[in-house]
Design a protein around this ligand. Structure first.
Ligand code: ADP
Length: 328
């Protein structure tokens, strides 16, 4: 059976981008067709300046939101990365097959390092090596597929390169995985700056819809979304990024094709209103289920405990095999 691995970073509150680009597909499609492993990748949250209590809180919140989004612990393995030692164990071995040059070429590193430098003067070494840890996350489980948003494509390519290189040098050890992504909304853009992705760690939340936003806040943010000059509703990601982003969000939220939908609108206002309504309806069940789950914290705790146990069983044989293969 196909094995799937994917994760979310607890660096901020989960966004509509995370939901449409990844989580919804995991819950609605992936876990029903494949052997699925989903992880709150908390070690990755330490790659930038962090508050320990906040990371702990956000990890729990992310796990609760994954359950609220429909991840079913009877079907999928759900756990927190730091509860399973195999990730860090394997990451070190992969650092021994990766080169510093290929790390420095990663787009996310090139984008984030200057921001960290401007903030605090230094860049954590773990920010540079983070894609190696991500490769370890994926390879430890022998995943065939990694369902992610478009921004993670390069890191999955790196994972493939490292797997192939390790296998060639030390013998067949890892499955070489491939990235999969949704057809629509694989890259949801910021509502205030539609040339950059809706990212949970952005400073200002005005252009970001969070999964736990109240309906009023969702409506306000979408109604105030920056649109393009001109008034015609056309789908053209290159030249009309603001309107195209709304069309993608609408299409992904209620089904349909962004290009087809564009024909149904004569004004930006009507498009915004329908998009806001669709997103409010999309998020309503998630918020309601989340509200129930926070009242039952022992349930979430038990899911994560059992998930970590299962994840250890799944990953240990592959990581042990990698230790033997490399000469330890
Ligand atoms: P981020 O901190 O950028 O939200 P994560 O690594 O936690 O990054 O993202 C979790 C998943 O959500 C990944 O598969 C990522 O590709 C996807 N994702 C993140 N932001 C977006 C976005 N704006 N549009 C589509 N998918 C996204």
């Amino acid at each position: 059976m196909t094995r799937i691995f994917s994760g979310v970073k607890p660096t901020g509150h989960l966004t509509l981008g995370n939901h449409l680009g990844a989580i919804r597909g995991w819950a609605e499609v992936d876990q029903h067709r494949a052997d699925s492993v989903f992880c709150v990748v908390d070690l990755h949250a330490l790659t930038v300046d962090h508050d320990p209590a906040r990371v702990r809180r956000l990890s729990r919140q992310a796990a609760t939101l994954l359950l609220a989004s429909g991840i079913d612990p009877e079907r999928s393995v759900l756990f927190v990365q730091s509860h399973v030692d195999e990730h860090a164990r394997l990451s070190y071995l992969l650092e021994c097959v990766a080169s510093d040059g290929e790390m420095r070429r990663m787009i996310q590193y090139k984008e984030k390092a200057p921001v960290e430098q401007a903030r605090g003067g230094s860049v954590r070494l773990s920010l540079l090596t983070y894609p190696v840890l991500m490769a370890a996350d994926i390879l430890a489980y022998g995943a065939d597929e990694v369902p992610v948003g478009e921004d993670q494509t390069q890191h999955v390519e790196l994972t493939r390169d490292l797997a192939v290189r390790f296998n060639q040098r030390y013998g067949q050890t890892f499955t070489v995985p491939r990235a999969t992504r949704p057809e629509v909304a694989a890259r949801v853009m910021d509502l205030q700056d539609p040339t950059s992705k809706m990212g949970k760690s952005h400073e200002s939340g005005a252009g970001i819809v969070y999964l736990l936003d109240e309906p009023d806040a969702v409506r306000k943010k979408i109604m105030r979304a920056v649109t393009d000059s001109g008034s015609e509703v056309v789908y053209d990601r290159e030249n009309r990024p603001g309107v195209s982003n709304l069309l993608e969000i609408l299409a992904a939220s209620e089904g349909g094709d962004p290009e087809d939908l564009s024909g149904a609108y004569e004004s930006y206002g009507a498009l915004k209103k329908d998009t806001a309504d669709a997103v409010v309806e999309l998020l309503r069940p998630v918020r309601e289920r989340h509200r129930e789950l926070v009242r039952d914290s022992s349930y979430v705790e038990e899911v994560l405990r059992a998930g970590a146990e299962r994840a250890r069983e799944m990953s240990r044989p592959t990581v042990d095999a990698a230790y033997r293969a490399i000469g330890l």
